[in-house]
Design a protein around this ligand. Sequence first.
Ligand code: ZN
Ligand code: ZN
Length: 401
Amino acid sequence: MTRVQTGTIGVLLTTLALNCAALAGEKTAWRLFVSDHSEPIVNVIDLLKQEKIETFATKAPARLYRSKTGRTVLAVQRGADLVTAIDSGISFEDHGDHGDIKVKPPRLLGVEIAGKQPSHVVEYGVEIAIFFDGEGRARIASERMILESKSVLRETAAGVPHHGVAVANDRYTLISEPNVRNSDELPIGIKIVDKSGTQIGGVHSCPDLHGEATSGNILVFSCATGLLVASMDGSAPQVKHLPYAAALPSGKTTTMLGGRGLQYFLGNYGSNKVVLMEPTDVEPFRLVTLPMRRVDFTVDPVRAKFAYVFTEDGRLHRLDVITGKLDGSLRVTEPYSMDGHWNDPRPRLAVAGDMVVVTDPARGVVALVDTMSLTKAGEITVGGRPFNIVAVGGSGQTHDD
Ligand code: ZN
Ligand code: ZN
C-alpha cells in the first residue's frame, strides 16, 4: 500500500515537472495542406492530433506551393486563372539563441492574384514570382505584402503566351524566352530584364526549358542540353550553361528540387531514374536507377542527406544523397501505374518533422511513414482524392504566450 502511494506520488511529480516544462514553452506543431485531385478544396490537417481542422474552398482544384518560411501556402488554380493565398497559421521568430513558434488558426488572407493560367511559382530571396502562361508574364509578390493582405509588387510586360517561368530579386527578373515559331513548345532560354523591363544582354540558350530549383545561393533551370546555373547574388545575375555529362544516357530532367542543408539538386531523368546534380562538383551528375517507374520525389529539409522517391508499385524509397544509393524502402499504398494520363491521381510526398507523408488518392487518406525506421506510423482520413500536399511546422518556444 505504502509502496503504491509512493509510486503514485512519483508519477504525479513527474507529470507536474513535465507540465511545468511545457508551460515554460516548448511547442511543436505541424500542419498538412492537402488539395483534392478534382474538387476545388484545400484541407488542413493537424498532424499531431491526426485530424482535419479546416477545409478551404477554392475556385478550381489547386496545386500547392509553400513559402520558404512556411507562413504562406499558395493555391495555384490554373483552371480558374487564380492564385489564392492561405496563412498557414504557424510562424517562427528568430530570437537569436532560440526561436519562438506562434500557432494560430489557418485562414484565407483575402489575397487573390488573378491572371491567365498561373503555372510555376519560384521564391528567391523575398520575391515570389508567379508565371502566368496565358499572358507570357510574371506577377511578383513578397510574402510580407501577402501577409498584409496586399498582393502584387509588380509585373513584367505581357509577352507571347507560353509555359514559362520567372525568378526575381529586387532589381532583376530572369524570365523564360518563348519559342516564337511555336509557343506551344517549351521555351528556348532565359533572358534577364531589369525593373524597367529593359533586357540585359542576350538570351541564355536553354532548349526545352522546364523545371527550376534553388539550393542555397544557386539557382538552376533544366534544359534538353543540361542545366542553366544562375547566381543572383552579385550586381547583375550571372548565368552559365552546364552540359549533361557525355556518359549519361539520352534523357533530361524536367522537374527539380533543391537540397536543404546540403547544396545539391534532385531531378527526374527518364521514367525510372532520378539524377543527383551538384553543379560545382567535378562530376556534377549521378544517376540513380529505381526498381520501378517514378511517381514523385521530395527532399528531406532536416535530415539533409536523405531524399525520398515513390514508385508506381506503391513503395517509398529512401535515397542517401551522399552515397547516391537507395538505402531502404517500404510498401505504402496499392500500386499506381504510370500508364494512363500524366495527371491521373497518384501519390505525392511531403516531409513533416520525422514523417514522410504520402497522399493516397485511391483510398482518400494520407499515410505517415517514419523517416528513420521506414515503418508505417499511421494514416489520416481526408476523404475525396487527396493529391498535392505541403507540410509546414516545427518546434519553438512560446515564453511570450
Ligand atoms: Zn523567444
Ligand atoms: Zn510546368
